[in-house]
Each structure stands twice: as structure tokens, then as C-alpha cells.
Design a binder for this molecule. Structure first.
Ligand SMILES: C[S@@+](CC[C@H](N)C(=O)[O-])C[C@H]1O[C@@H](n2cnc3c(N)ncnc32)[C@H](O)[C@@H]1O
Length: 237
């Protein structure tokens, strides 16, 4: 396909925000990027295919986002990962595949049905022993983990649950991460809505406030990327 198709040029030249997950639109540049990235594990492909058939399938983590997480996890030689928002298990699976045998993902969600699906994929990929799933509001799980003495012991956190709590997750994960540890926040462009001041719903407002906070918080360095639905990467100083 010609990358500079009329449709693609129209979208970019009209100044409309081009923000989307690679599976959500036929964007030839995103397709090219995926084709020239390491192939996903067969169980990751199966999970993606089956999840996209669900009514809520669009909540699935974009492959470019979870693969980027996996690259950081490998490069950092991470051992402990927090996954806030599991859904059908894609982000936990990508993390577990990237972790060493003695690595651990603390996977937080509140939904029994979707995480049952997730557990089936983790078993099929042979990584279930690396993932501890806790079904409870993530703020509670993170607070309990701090109370257990795990402060400063995690290498990486992926934040992809309810948007109004993102700021709380930031504060709690900041305590749980070691210095030099990383957080990745998904959906920080929210389909481009954060740029549109007329959008004042709870999710958009929470993400807009978080973006402001992260870009000026002296405890971290942050970069907001137009990858997937917006991905903010943060390093703990
Ligand atoms: C966007 S999905 C996560 C997608 C997943 N990371 C992936 O890679 O496919 C959001 C998930 O957050 C969960 N969630 C919503 N509110 C939550 C809360 N308060 N605590 C923990 N999980 C929550 C939902 O049940 C849902 O499964």
C-alpha cells in the first residue's frame, strides 16, 4: 500500500489529531511499523484475535505499547513489574514473557470474567508462575504491597486501569519503584481529546491534569509519545 495515500495525507494535512492504536485503524505507517517489529508470541496473537471479538475489545493494550514495555523490561533486566489493569491479560503476558524465570508480575484488576480469560492465555504461554493476579481495587493492592515492605523494589509499572485514579497510581507506584525504575501510562492522549478544551468529562479531565503534573514533577523525567492512544514514559529520579 502507498504510505502517502490521499486518505492519509488528508488526515494529517487537515491538522486532525492522528491518534490511534495500531489495530484500531488502517494506518499504513502503523502497519509498516508492526510488520518491521519482532513478531508477537503465538499466544499473544491468539489473545489479540479473541479479545478484539469482545464488545469491550478496544480496551486491549496496543501491540506497539506492550512490545515497547517488554523491550524496557528486558533492557533494564527487570525482575519485578506492576501491571495495573489486566483485562484479558495482554500487558501481563508481554511482561511475563520478557522477565527472567524468577521474575514477577503483580497483576491488578477487579474483573473476574476478563481475568479468567487472561489466566488461560498465561497458562498456554507457560508463564503463569510469574504472574500474581490480585482481584481488588488497584489502590488497595498497591497500598498493601507497600505495607508488606516492598517499597523501592519494583523496576517497571504499566498503568492502564481507570483513568480518574491515574494520579493515585502514579504516587503509589513512585513509592514502589526503585530509583531509575520506569512507569508507562497508557491512553494519555485519549484519542486526542486531551487537546480539546471543550471535552470536560471525568476521564479526559483526569488525563489532562495528569499530563500537566507529570511534565513538571521534579521527582521524575517524563516524555509523552504519540504511540498507540498516547503513552507517557516516566523515570524515577
Ligand atoms: C484498558 S483495560 C486494561 C488493558 C490491558 N492492560 C491490556 O494490555 O490489554 C482496563 C482494566 O482496568 C480494570 N480496572 C478498572 N478499574 C480498576 C480498579 N479500580 N482497580 C483495578 N483494575 C481496574 C478493568 O477491569 C479493565 O480490565
Amino acid at each position: 500500500m502507498n504510505v502517502f495515500s490521499d486518505n492519509y495525507l488528508n488526515l494529517t494535512m487537515t491538522g486532525l489529531a492522528v491518534v490511534n492504536k495500531s489495530y484500531a485503524a488502517s494506518d499504513p505507517v502503523k502497519t509498516y511499523c508492526l510488520e518491521h517489529s519482532t513478531k508477537l508470541h503465538p499466544v499473544q496473537l491468539k489473545l489479540q484475535e479473541q479479545t478484539l471479538k469482545l464488545e469491550q475489545g478496544r480496551m486491549l493494550g496496543a501491540p506497539e505499547v506492550i512490545s515497547l514495555n517488554a523491550i524496557f523490561i528486558r533492557s533494564m533486566r527487570a525482575k519485578k513489574v506492576l501491571d495495573i489493569g489486566v483485562f484479558t491479560g495482554a500487558s501481563s503476558l508481554a511482561a511475563a514473557l520478557a522477565l527472567p524465570e524468577d521474575g514477577k508480575v503483580l497483576a491488578c484488576d477487579i474483573n473476574d470474567t476478563w481475568t479468567k480469560m487472561a489466566q488461560e492465555y498465561w497458562v498456554e504461554a507457560g508463564v503463569q508462575h510469574k504472574i500474581e493476579l490480585v482481584l481488588a481495587p488497584a489502590t488497595e493492592t498497591l497500598e498493601k504491597t507497600l505495607d508488606n515492605g516492598e517499597k523501592g523494589s519494583f523496576d517497571f509499572a504499566f498503568i492502564d486501569a481507570d483513568k480518574p485514579n491515574y494520579e493515585k497510581y502514579f504516587e503509589l507506584c513512585l513509592e514502589l519503584l526503585r530509583t531509575g525504575g520506569m512507569m508507562a501510562f497508557d491512553n494519555t492522549l485519549w484519542s486526542g481529546d486531551v487537546l480539546d478544551e471543550s471535552k470536560t468529562d471525568l476521564n479526559t479531565s483526569a488525563l489532562r491534569e495528569l499530563n500537566k503534573k507529570l511534565s513538571s514533577d521534579p521527582r521524575v523525567t517524563a516524555v509523552l509519545l504519540n504511540v498507540g492512544d498516547g503513552l507517557t514514559l516516566v523515570t524515577k529520579l
